[in-house]
Ligand binder design. Structure first.
Ligand code: AMP
Length: 283
């Protein structure tokens, strides 16, 4: 595995690969890697000639400065994991490499309101930062395929929209959510939970699964109230449980009128904010 910290070094590798007609797969991450990330890397490695992963804690997507400061940074462990997964190139740039002072990295794209719902409503500016960093990384890496997780449902939906709107020649591949044994969606933030809270947070997935299995029994609003009550038990405290149309991400009032429905949750567990989702139906 080759580690590159500058765009210049990365470009040399990419140009070499391109000259030899090789396909490039890319997985962007914030680091503090776990089995969820590894599942994306495995797909990137198996489906492309050259696999690239970036580790970059993007400051522009953190709406809370304390969240950015507390974000785990475990580069040595991460690079060992990536090497073991047979990754070809690890891109580990500094903030100056990604956002050089003389470059306007703002992205002007119509997201059709996808960024205003759910996470967008609770984390102002978050998706602007995500779009900015993913666009910049795509410009730097120029991959044939981009790998992202279903875990961040709204994120991959917005990135697909950006790719379509800007006619970027990269295919987005969405990978399933990898979970801990008791159901909690894997996340770098889980490391900050006590063992007990981590186990109790498995309740989030239990509740979402129960909804999926019985969704015809209640309306989306009724399910939402039911789930909020179920999850409002210490150390958990739900911020929202939203039923959305999978295409528009707008809240839905009835299951019948939509072909693609997802339930998304944001739940505090002690002082850690967790998100999860389950696709209720997709035709
Ligand atoms: P992050 O480092 O949290 O920005 O995540 C990098 C990528 O890994 C994103 O596309 C996430 O959606 C994906 N990811 C994070 N956690 C999981 C998980 N538990 N299962 C599958 N993909 C995940």
């Amino acid at each position: 595995m080759i580690i590159r910290k500058t765009l210049k070094g990365l470009r040399t590798q990419i140009e070499h690969a391109r000259k030899n007609g090789k396909s490039i797969g890319f997985t962007p991450t914030l680091g503090a890697l776990h089995a969820g990330h590894v599942s994306l890397i495995d797909r990137t490695v198996s489906e492309n000639d050259i696999s690239i992963c970036s580790i970059f804690v993007n400051p522009t997507q953190f709406n809370e400065k304390t969240d950015l400061a507390k974000y785990p940074r475990t580069f040595e462990k991460d690079s060992k994991l990536l090497k073991k997964a047979n990754l070809d190139i690890l891109f580990f740039p500094s903030v100056n490499q990604v956002y050089p002072k003389n470059l306007d990295t703002g992205v002007d794209v119509d997201l059709g309101g996808l960024d205003l719902q759910m996470e967008g409503a609770f984390r102002p500016g978050h998706f602007e930062g995500v779009v900015q960093v993913v666009k910049r990384l795509l410009d730097m890496v120029t991959p044939d395929r981009l790998y992202m997780g279903q875990k961040d449902f709204q994120q991959f939906t917005i990135i697909q929209r950006m790719i379509d709107e800007l006619k970027i020649k990269t295919e987005l591949v969405v990978c399933p959510i990898v979970r801990e044994p008791h159901g909690l969606a894997m996340s770098s933030r889980n490391e900050r939970l006590s063992k007990e809270t981590r186990k109790k947070a498995g309740k989030i997935y239990q509740v979402l699964t129960e909804i999926k299995e019985n969704f015809r029994d209640k309306t989306p609003d009724e399910w939402s109230n039911w789930a909020m009550k179920k999850l409002k038990r210490r150390p958990l405290n739900p911020e929202y449980i939203s039923f959305a149309d999978g295409h528009t991400l707008k809240p839905i009032k009835s299951f019948n009128r939509h072909k693609y429905v997802v339930v998304c949750a944001a739940v505090w567990a002690d002082d850690v904010r967790l998100i999860d989702n389950v696709i209720i139906k997709k035709h």
